[in-house]
Design a protein around this ligand. Structure first.
Ligand SMILES: Cc1ncc(COP(=O)(O)O)c(C=O)c1O
Length: 345
């Protein structure tokens, strides 16, 4: 597959921003920096950060067993998603396909970038409607977004369906694995060598516990990563984030333990919720939240707010009538939630 054929022409033709520091060859310690109009007095943060976050990428590469050349970092996965739109989709001309109910930013970014959005709704069991997706493809379709585990339904998508789409579609297939660490399924990053059109997104905001530092990861073949590097804001990962993320990765075991606890809390909470008489269904989840169908989502949402608990009302999403999405809290928070829920009439 020739990736260049999918890329916007202006991006292939444009010259990337280059700072003088991109051109120096000696190590940073040996240089006197008088090129970037920074304040020279050392505050620990007076210099611009490494534009490619190479130390951080080296650590991510080691932890995830993915070569550095296949990694791009973004200011949250939302920036990664935006870069993908801008790299591949020509405004007012190209199309993307999403599978509602799914993460809302795909639609927001399509609208922001003036890209036609085609929807192939997930089946009632929230699985991919593979044939409808492939039927919706036209010569203008550049990307298909698959969220697995899916937000808000919480389920993993069938591997067989994903592979069928990867092999049948001649554009980019983006698999958003924001919640993959909460599932037993192995990541699609293991498949990068087999599918040149595969782009995977992960994040520090969920299992890695650092939504506040805004760090998203993109894994793809090297030519895609190079083009994304060309168009990303030069210093998109700030110094504080680079340092904090390195510390987080060094502390791997803390997050492994938290994930285990959240997964067991998820199962416990699901069990308890099914015993509530106004709960109609708790959908199986491979993520750190539960989609729960109740008798009246608007009423239950408001009652929980009155007790100071904020959940997400998803009742207007496709196939989510009267559904609330509840994030798994700490064991104490979950006990508190159940305490309130048991009292609601
Ligand atoms: C499926 C999915 N992708 C991406 C994101 C955004 O991640 P980030 O915080 O890295 O921008 C979210 C956040 O809720 C999400 O649910």
């Amino acid at each position: 597959m020739e990736i260049e054929k999918l890329v916007r022409k202006n991006i292939l033709q444009m010259k990337a921003y280059s700072s003088a520091r991109d051109e120096f060859t000696k190590s940073a310690q040996e240089m006197l920096f008088m090129d970037a109009n920074e304040n020279p007095f050392d505050s620990g943060y007076n210099r611009y950060p490494d534009p490619y976050a190479l130390n951080l990428k080296a650590k991510i590469s080691e932890v995830k067993q993915i070569p550095q050349e296949n990694i791009l970092l973004g200011n949250g996965s939302d920036e990664v998603l935006d870069l993908l739109f801008r790299l591949f989709c020509e405004p007012y001309k190209d199309e993307v396909i999403i599978t509602p109910p799914t993460y809302g930013m795909y639609q927001v970014l399509a609208e922001l970038n003036a890209i036609e959005l085609k929807k192939a709704n997930l089946n009632v069991d929230f699985q991919l409607p593979t044939e409808s997706i492939l039927k919706a493809v036209t010569s203008a379709t550049k990307m298909i977004f698959i969220c697995s585990p899916n937000n808000p339904s919480g389920n993993l998508m069938s591997v067989q369906s994903i592979k069928k789409i990867l092999t049948s579609f001649a554009g980019i297939v983006v698999i958003d694995e924001a919640y993959i660490d909460f599932s037993d399924r192995s990541t699609f990053t293991n498949e990068l060598n087999f599918y040149p059109n595969l782009v995977i997104i992960q994040t520090f905001s969920k299992a890695w516990g650092h939504a506040g530092i805004r760090l998203g990861m993109c894994f793809a073949q090297e030519s895609i990563i190079q083009l994304m590097n060309k168009i990303k804001p030069p210093y998109n990962i700030n110094q504080l984030t680079q340092e904090k993320a390195l510390a987080v990765l060094e502390n791997h075991s803390t997050y492994k333990n938290q994930i285990q606890m959240l997964v067991s809390e998820r199962e416990l909470l699901a069990n308890k919720l099914t015993q509530i008489n106004w709960v109609a269904k708790v959908f199986p989840s491979d993520a750190n939240f539960l989609l729960v169908q109740v008798d009246d989502a608007n009423l239950r949402y408001q009652q929980l707010i009155d007790f100071g608990v904020v959940v997400r009302n998803r009742t207007h999403e496709v196939n989510c009538k009267n559904c609330l999405r509840i994030s798994i809290g700490t064991p104490d928070e979950n006990l508190y939630l159940m305490d309130i829920i048991k009292r609601l009439k």
